[in-house]
Design a protein around this ligand. Structure first.
Ligand SMILES: *[C@@H]1O[C@H](CO)[C@@H](O)[C@H](O)[C@H]1NC(C)=O
Ligand SMILES: *[C@@H]1O[C@H](CO)[C@@H](O)[C@H](O)[C@H]1NC(C)=O
Length: 317
């Protein structure tokens, strides 16, 4: 999603998407664009001043297309000899409160599902500070106002914070017959492994960058169909990687966005639907994405974006 593109390119994008629908045949399983959610998400996009700018605050190197590998596969060809992130301005990361508070939370979780999460007082305090920082941003303030107007949240800030806490940080069972081993935040922002061979969740770019820097993660290449080649400015990417030896055949994530933007968007989708699994199609900036949100009772099971088209480039999946 590039900034500062003309309305013309949006039109071109729209026409290409329409053509794509005709060419591929009408795909009944694809929902139509949700205009109301597109409007609020574009407002949040414009308010997201903490978003890092591609080519300025960070640079990525997408390299080659990844091979098809199945879930639980051990042998994964590497189509990217270099890391995905060539550089990230860490001064800026550490100087932005929500990013620096997020980074403190990333080491609070047991990587493996089935391993009981023990939450210390220090970790609770870190979660609290992170939520406070998120609630102070214009992005989350606007999301809160929207949810109040839709009757989904209380206007009382303390109650809204409690609601965010329940959605994102309530610890629950992901794997049966074990202790409380997971929560929405851990799954989406930190990532988990299952049976030591599968990576599940893991949809945050900061965690990706930090794990890659510590050499726990190996980027294997981008995922896309045929002639689509993502570019360094895309704010949503589909990619393949291994993490502590476990493989994620296809992962999809926002790149460069702030944690408050990601939380706000997924919280709105979560609260505006009562279904166990929700997929909405929205236009955000120059991009068309599907947002997938799966609930786990009153909490979040998982949430991630899927790129459909970017800057007039129609992406077939
Ligand atoms: C990193 O970001 C800081 C704060 O925004 C800025 O002052 C600095 O010039 C940036 N560094 C680089 C290498 O761009
Ligand atoms: C962030 O940068 C500002 C201005 O450069 C500086 O005054 C402030 O101390 C920095 N904050 C942190 C948390 O590093």
């Amino acid at each position: 999603m590039k900034l500062a593109r003309t309305i013309m390119s949006e039109r071109v994008c729209g026409i290409l998407v329409l053509l794509g629908v005709f060419v591929c045949g009408l795909n009944a399983s694809r929902p139509s664009v949700n205009q109301q959610l597109s409007n609020i998400f574009n407002e949040l996009w414009r308010l997201d001043l903490n978003r890092m700018k591609p080519g300025i605050d960070y640079t990525i190197s997408i390299q080659d297309r990844a091979s098809f590998v199945s879930q639980r596969s051990h042998v994964v060809p590497d189509h990217a000899s270099q890391p995905l992130f060539s550089s990230v301005n860490e001064t800026k990361l550490k100087n932005t409160t929500t990013f620096s508070q997020l980074i403190k939370l990333l080491d609070n979780y047991e990587r493996s599902t089935g391993m009981t999460e023990r939450v210390t007082a220090e970790e609770l305090a870190e979660t609290n500070l992170f939520l406070d920082a998120v609630l102070e941003t214009e992005v989350m303030k606007r999301a809160h106002k929207y949810l109040v107007s839709k009757g989904q949240s209380s206007s009382d800030l303390r109650l809204f914070k409690r609601q965010l806490n329940l959605i994102w940080f309530n610890i629950y069972h992901r794997q049966r017959n074990t202790g409380l081993d997971s929560c929405g935040f851990e799954h989406v922002f930190v990532g988990e492994t299952k049976s030591g061979t599968e990576v599940i969740g893991f949809h945050n770019w900061i965690q990706f960058y930090l794990q890659e820097k510590q050499q726990h993660l190996d980027y294997k290449g981008y995922k896309s169909m045929q002639h689509d080649i993502p570019d360094q400015d895309d704010h949503v990417l589909s990619l393949q990687f291994s993490w502590h030896g476990a493989v994620k055949p296809t992962a999809s994530a926002f790149i460069g966005t702030s944690p408050e933007f990601e939380m706000a968007v997924f919280t709105i989708v979560f609260l505006m639907s009562t279904e166990r699994s929700t997929t909405v199609r929205v236009n955000i900036d120059q991009c068309q994405v599907e947002l997938v949100v799966i609930r786990h009772g009153h909490s979040l099971g998982t949430a991630y974006p899927k790129l459909l088209s970017s800057n007039g480039r129609h992406v077939r999946q």
